[in-house]
Design a protein around this ligand. Structure first.
Ligand code: LMR
Length: 394
């Protein structure tokens, strides 16, 4: 049965983990997968998470099944984190999912069931898993103009002109904040325009927000999403606790549907439960319990927010250091975009040859297309990274 299956190509991001781990060079630098590391190169368990785990252990809860919707307390907490104070909250329904990838897939499956001929529009470029997830759900995928490769900023005029052509059979996948892979976020004015276009033309905004709190702060990073929530009746959200709670391997995320009525949202969630039952069945509990414990406890909440701010400060410090070092090394402002970008990533756009050279000659691992995970750097690696770029002429 399985003889004809060809060898796998390997995931463009995940395969870098193995290659990096197998590299014996002590000077190697891992700028591949989007994980935050501290200045010692460690991805720490956040203090708020450890304290929440202690609390959960003391409470001696059960390991029995939770059901298809996952942890309903978590669902309420995570919906509040994103939608509190908006009119969308009361017409929303939330499904706990295995990470945001699980949410993307459940929402894609839901769209495929209700609107099988819909086209999902993703930004060019977009998160490498957006297209495969949508296509595996059976949906057509097309790209809208997003990044200006010269300025490394969003070409909003071109983007909005294209989105203005879309209609009722279209889904527009937007990055809530900290665009992956580019780091270039659109302006608040662009969010406002997209809301207006969605209302006039009838396309469905689909907001993937996996980095809330890693750009300008928890509230600021949700501003665009909240504008949609106050001005558009129907939209969907996929969200992740991997990065902002550091819960990567716990696979903690959620799919949120906002519709014209609570009933419509709940029925849509019910449909996703059916779809989930035919696949992974129920989401894992531990990460969701941690997040809910933190969000319901004032003290833990504050500890978590402080830790998130400290992570932000560190990444922004690295961004400034990169700008300075590149300016000094190239006598130009060609790399100033590192300072303008938000969140973990910046897309350098360097060639495949340069990416291979960085890996082979210097043990520097970055994702195809030239995405650098700035949050994976430590301060002592800024100089060698910049020197390597200059040496290969990238
Ligand atoms: C990334 O983009 O590096 C992360 O979102 C990890 C993943 O699941 O691809």
């Amino acid at each position: 049965m399985f003889q004809a299956i060809p060898a796998p190509k390997g995931d463009p991001i995940l395969s870098l983990i193995t290659a990096y781990n197998q590299d014996p060079r002590t000077s190697k630098i891992d700028l591949g997968i989007g994980v935050y590391k501290d200045d010692h190169g460690i991805t720490p368990v956040m203090e708020a998470v450890t304290l929440a785990e202690q609390k959960l252990l003391q409470a001696n809860g059960s390991k029995s099944y939770q059901g298809l919707t996952g942890d309903e307390q978590f669902n309420e907490s995570i919906a509040n984190l994103l939608l509190s104070g908006t009119k969308a909250l009361e017409c929303s329904a939330t499904l706990q999912t295995p990470g945001a990838s699980g949410a993307l897939r459940m929402l894609a499956d839901l769209i495929a069931v209700t609107a099988p001929n819909a086209t999902v529009w993703i930004s060019n470029p977009s998160y490498v898993n957006h297209r495969p997830i949508m296509e595996k759900a059976g949906l057509a995928v097309r790209e809208y103009t997003y990044l200006d490769p010269q300025t490394k900023a969003v070409d909003e005029e071109a983007m909005l002109a294209q989105i203005a052509q879309l209609g009722a059979n279209d889904v527009v996948l937007l990055h809530g904040c900290c665009h992956n892979p580019s780091g270039a976020d659109m302006s608040f004015a662009a969010w406002q325009k997209i809301a207006e276009l969605a209302n006039n033309n009838g396309f469905l905004p689909f907001i993937d927000i996996a980095y809330q709190g890693l750009g300008d702060g928890l509230e600021e990073d949700a501003k665009g999403l909240q504008y949609i929530a106050n001005n558009v009746e129907e939209f969907v959200i996929s969200t992740s606790c991997s990065k902002n709670f550091g819960l990567y391997r716990e696979r903690t995320g959620a799919a949120i549907i906002v519709s014209q009525s609570k009933t419509a949202a709940m029925n849509s969630r019910g449909k996703m439960c059916e779809l989930a039952r035919g696949s992974y069945s129920m989401p894992p509990a531990h990460g969701a319990a941690i997040v809910d414990t933190i969000l319901r406890d004032d003290q833990l909440n504050q500890i978590w927010r402080n830790e998130l701010t400290a992570m932000n400060v560190r990444v922004n410090g690295l961004r400034s250091a990169l700008v300075e070092e590149f300016r000094a090394a190239t006598q130009s402002n060609r790399f100033d975009y590192f300072g303008a970008h938000k969140g973990m990533f910046s897309l350098t756009g360097i060639s495949d040859e340069h990416i291979a050279q960085l890996k082979d000659q210097f043990g520097i691992y970055i994702v195809g297309g030239g995405r650098i995970n700035v949050a994976g750097l430590n301060s002592s690696q800024v100089k060698p990274l910049v020197a390597a770029f200059v040496t290969i002429g990238a």
